[in-house]
Design a protein around this ligand. Structure first.
Ligand code: C2E
Length: 963
């Protein structure tokens, strides 16, 4: 809707109307003014004519009065003064504008005195005078005088008595005219001698002839002239009298000017209306605009009169009146027209503006309508799009529901299923028909008694949404199924609860997977036994049971002996078979309630809880060991595996529940140290050992920097020559507090921590340098053997390190022997072969240390570039007591020689042992029998003494006796 105000501007229509209206108004006003002017002119003409006629008549009357007076002289001879007086008195009363009646008598120069005498009789002292420019004066002697003889009334005209007018040209001209014509003749305006005030007057003269004289011609008349009668008329009064007499003096609308001349000469002005001058003055004082508004149209009429032969001019004009006064019609027309025009203009303007406003309004409304229409169209389009989108969405929803694993359900306010779409039958195994009309708890047996069911019922009661509600149910075939449902309450527009709707999905497969994952998460994949996680759980339960029932709990940590060898030498699959077999045997050897878990690698944990009917005894542990020790069939072979077991019991003094496994581990470690294949109960002393391990570990970290290591050297003697041909470098740790620490106490720790790598490098460098030094000292070309740990063997820069050491020390590679244990290369034989060849290519010797300890396979020997076999001292120590060991040693020597390997026996302590070895062709020996490991100076002394081995047992025995 149009609310804004239009700016005011005269519209074209209104402007045209205004222009036309004003023009018409002006034209009409002008026309009316013209009419008014015409009317005024007509009225004026009438009034002017009346006035001119009145004046003409008045003047004629005045002249006529003189004619009457003159008739007196024509008829009476002589006319006495008395008669003249009597005759003129009524006339003077009647015509007050007459100043005087005169009778001029023509007096010759010679008659002057007589005349004066006669005049003096009337007025003593009177002389004949004349009027000059300087006033009245005694008339000079002249041939003839025309003297004022009779004079009525005398009063007021005394100055004229005896006055000779013969020198007054006007009078004389009028007299001549009158004389010649015989009729009255008037002068122009004169200055009268008797007139005190300068008042214009004129004199009308008629001749008086000698009675009886011939008057036929002008000359005769002149000759007959004896005098003349004259009336002195006050022209102004005369005119005033005329006007008053005709009541014309009251009309101030007409102004009158009477001139005693043919033209309107100001000097001859006889009469002027009172308003005439004032009007002229007023007019001059006004501005042009006011002049126009006040004077308006003026009429003027000039009329010529003949006054006794004298031409007079009468000028009649209309009095200046305000234009408005004279033109009420035109002014009214103008005003009315203006007003009307303005009104019409305003009306037109209003109409046009309203029309424009209406037009604008219409335009605006039209625009609004268009906009609304467009919006409507947009709305319709949007709605169509929305509907299409909705349909598409609906279709998509249907498709998605069909394609997805979900189904869609709706429940009424009583929580009964009213609609289930999306194929719950196919997806969930429950036909929709079986569910419709039933509540969820009616379809899930026992739901209301479960925790989740109760919680769900509370959610439903609170009309709360729920998500991922998982529950187990039974499908139409009676199979267990897991469903997961989401739902949210539905309220109508008034907020009234209408039910629930949501989705459901069959998660049976997922649940099974989860259960599997859960099982896997808590069980060892290989053996199916509980893993560390579940073990902790079970241990907690067992401890809790123990606390409740006051019965002990045993924790057994079972570690397979030499399992690494099985794994490495026979492959992982064989190792797995061993582990699975052991696991199964352990499981079979225990009760259902006991727990067997696999802790890691070859470690198992057993939790035994004591029952009321049976006390726990060490027999159980032995039973387990026996079970494990049963031969394990591996393909065509059988493999024997033993185990070491550590046992921790709860409750015992100072054994916290969470340290049970740790204590069992310590005990197992002790069992291992005690030679494997046994079990140990944990004691606090074991804990001390474990703690010592920790101490060693921390001290070991700085031992190298503090230069706390030294090497001892044990001679290796050739059995054939009895000469020292080499030595084994054996490390010693001189700890400031622990004293000299044997390698058995710290080498394993160094291996576990990885410190063996830098320590081993130090040993190799020191041993090579020392050997080179002895060599340089002329103590022989000896071979030095250095132990290589598993960690060193696996180090990437092993070859470079060996090469560097040889290069730096200058020792010939052939004088370095590297001792390797069998276990080093059992994990990856191919890689080991490769690495050994690389090492061998450096020129060093390779020996296998501790040969024969547990690893029964000799097949690899042919593949390895080995130079020496070192028979473990455990075999050597028993060769004289145990026929088995003796046989093993003899066969090792024979085998080595078959493989072109040199054999060295270590741990030779007795002459019998030496003898046996010699007899069986052993190449070299190393042992206390010849020398313990010696510090470098002692070893050097031994070399210098050229100590050697007796070549026969007898000699040796003799030597010993001597010693
Ligand atoms: N009972 C008895 N023992 C004898 C006899 N002859 C030698 N022995 C001892 O037997 C061990 C031989 O060394 P191993 O078998 O390589 O066994 C060594 C070796 O495996 C390791 N080891 C020593 N030094 C090093 C080293 O520098 N590096 C590495 N990786 N291991 C070393 O520590 C083990 C123990 O070394 P040791 O205590 O020095 O013990 C030495 C030696 O003192 C004897 O007649 N009777």
């Amino acid at each position: 809707m149009l609310r804004r105000r239009l700016p005011f501007s005269l519209t074209v229509a209104a402007a045209l109307t205004l222009g036309a209206g004003l023009a018409a108004t002006v034209l009409l006003a002008v026309a009316v003014a013209r009419l008014e002017d015409d009317k005024l002119a007509l009225a004026f003409q009438q009034r002017a004519t009346v006035r001119v006629a009145a004046i003409r008549q008045g003047l004629e009357e005045a002249v006529e009065v003189l004619t009457v007076t003159n008739q007196l002289f024509a008829t009476v001879h002589p006319v006495t003064r008395r008669q003249f007086h009597d005759f003129t008195q009524p006339l003077l009363r009647r015509y007050p504008f007459i100043q005087a009646f005169n009778y001029h008598r023509v007096v010759g120069g010679d008659e002057r005195a007589a005349m004066e005498a006669e005049l003096q009789q009337v007025v003593p002292g009177t002389r004949i005078t004349e009027m000059g420019p300087q006033g009245r004066h005694l008339a000079p002697p002249r041939a003839q005088y025309s003297v004022v003889d009779y004079l009525e009334p005398m009063k007021g005209n005394e100055a004229a008595f005896g006055l000779s007018v013969g020198i007054n040209t006007q009078v004389m001209n009028a007299l001549e005219q009158a004389t010649v014509s015989g009729r009255a003749a008037a002068t122009g305006l004169l200055s009268l001698a008797q007139d005190q005030r300068p008042q214009g007057g004129f004199e009308v003269i008629m001749p008086v002839y000698r009675p009886g004289a011939a008057l036929g011609s002008a000359e005769q008349r002149r000759a007959a002239l004896i005098g003349d009668t004259a009336a002195i008329i006050r022209a102004r009064e005369l005119v005033e009298k005329i006007l008053r007499g005709s009541d014309l003096h009251l009309d101030h609308g007409v102004l009158l000017a009477v001139y005693a001349s043919a033209s309107a000469e100001p000097a001859q002005l006889v009469y002027a209306s009172a308003g005439l001058e004032a009007a002229a003055r007023q007019r001059a004082a006004l501005g042009p605009l006011r002049q126009w508004t006040t004077s308006g149209h003026r009429e003027r009429l000039g009329a010529a009169l003949d006054v006794a032969g004298q031409r007079w001019q009468v000028v009649v004009s209309s009095a200046p009146r305000p234009f408005l006064h004279n033109h009420p019609g035109s002014v009214s027309t103008l005003a009315g027209g203006f007003l009307f025009t303005l009104l019409i203009t305003a009306f037109v303007q209003t109409l046009v503006q309203r029309s424009r406003r209406v037009q604008l309004l219409v335009n605006e409304r039209t625009a609004d309508l268009k906009l609304s229409n467009q919006r409507l169209l947009d709305d319709v389009l949007a709605r169509r799009r929305t509907e299409a989108a909705l349909q598409e969405s609906e279709q998509r929803f249907r498709q998605l529901v069909t394609m997805s694993s979900d189904w869609y359900w709706e429940q009424d306010a009583d929580l009964r299923f009213v609609d289930i779409t999306g194929g719950v039958g196919e997806k969930g195994g429950a036909a929709a028909g079986r569910l419709i009309g039933r509540t969820r708890w009616e379809t899930v047996a026992g739901m209301q008694e479960t925790d989740w069911g109760k919680a769900h019922m509370a959610q439903l009661a609170a009309r709360a949404p729920f998500a991922d509600l998982e529950y187990e149910t039974v499908d139409d075939q009676g199979e267990a199924r897991w469903f997961s449902v989401n739902g949210e309450p539905v309220f109508d527009a008034d907020g009234v609860f209408r039910g629930y709707r949501g989705t459901g999905t069959d998660i049976t497969a997922r649940k099974h997977t989860e259960q599997r994952i859960h099982h896997i998460a808590q069980h060892d994949v290989l053996t199916g036994l509980p893993n560390r996680s579940l073990l902790q759980d079970r241990l907690g339960q067992a401890v809790a049971y123990s606390q409740r029932c006051a019965r002990p709990v045993w924790v057994l940590l079972i570690d397979l002996d030499r399992f690494k060898f099985v794994n490495d030498s026979m492959g992982h699959k064989a190792g797995d078979v061993v582990l699975m077999t052991v696991a199964a045997r352990l499981r079979a050897a225990l009760r259902e309630t006991d727990t067997v878990a696999r802790l890691s690698g070859d470690e198992f944990v057993v939790i035994l809880t004591e029952h009321a009917e049976e006390r726990l005894q060490a027999d159980v542990v032995q039973r387990l060991m026996d079970a494990v020790a049963q031969p394990v069939p591996l393909g065509t072979k059988e493999f024997f595996v033993t185990c070491s077991i550590g046992v921790a019991v709860y409750p015992t003094d100072n054994t916290p529940a969470d340290s049970l496994i740790e204590h069992a581990d310590i005990a197992m470690y002790r069992a291992k140290k005690l030679g494997r294949n046994n079990f140990q109960f944990y004691t606090p002393a074991m804990n001390d050992e474990a703690q010592e391990r920790v101490r060693i570990e921390s001290a070991l970290r700085s031992a190298l920097e503090r230069d706390e290591f030294v090497l001892h050297y044990q001679p290796q003697v050739n059995l054939a020559s009895g000469q020292v041909v080499g030595m084994e470098a054996l490390i010693r740790w001189q700890h400031p507090e622990l004293g000299v620490v044997a390698p058995d106490r710290f080498i394993s720790v160094a291996e576990e921590t990885g410190l063996i790598v830098p320590i081993g490098a130090w040993v190799m460098r020191t041993a090579c340098a020392q050997n080179k030094a002895w060599q340089d000292a002329g103590l022989g070309m000896l071979r030095v053997a250095v132990n290589l740990s598993a960690r060193q063997f696996g180090a990437t820069n092993l070859l470079a390190d060996i090469s560097d050491v040889l290069a730096q020390t200058g020792l010939a590679p052939s004088l370095l022997e590297i001792e390797l244990t069998e276990s080093l290369f059992m994990s990856d034989v191919t890689l080991a072969v490769e690495l050994l060849h690389s090492m061998k290519s450096l020129g060093v010797n390779l020996s296998i240390d501790d040969f024969g300890t547990g690893y029964s396979s000799l097949s690899y020997l042919s593949r390895f570039p080995i130079d020496v076999l070192k028979i473990d001292r455990s075999f050597v120590s028993d060769i004289t007591r145990d026929a088995n060991d003796a046989a093993i040693v003899a066969s090792i020597i024979a085998l080595a020689h078959n493989l072109k390997l040199s054999v060295i026996a270590e741990g030779v302590e007795t002459a019998e042992q030496l003898d046996y070895l010699r007899r069986h062709g052993c190449d070299e020996m190393q042992g206390y029998y010849f020398s313990r490991p010696l510090a470098a100076p002692a070893f050097e002394e031994l070399l210098r003494q050229r100590k050697s081995l007796p070549l026969s047992v007898t000699a040796a025995h003799a030597e010993r006796v001597e010693a």
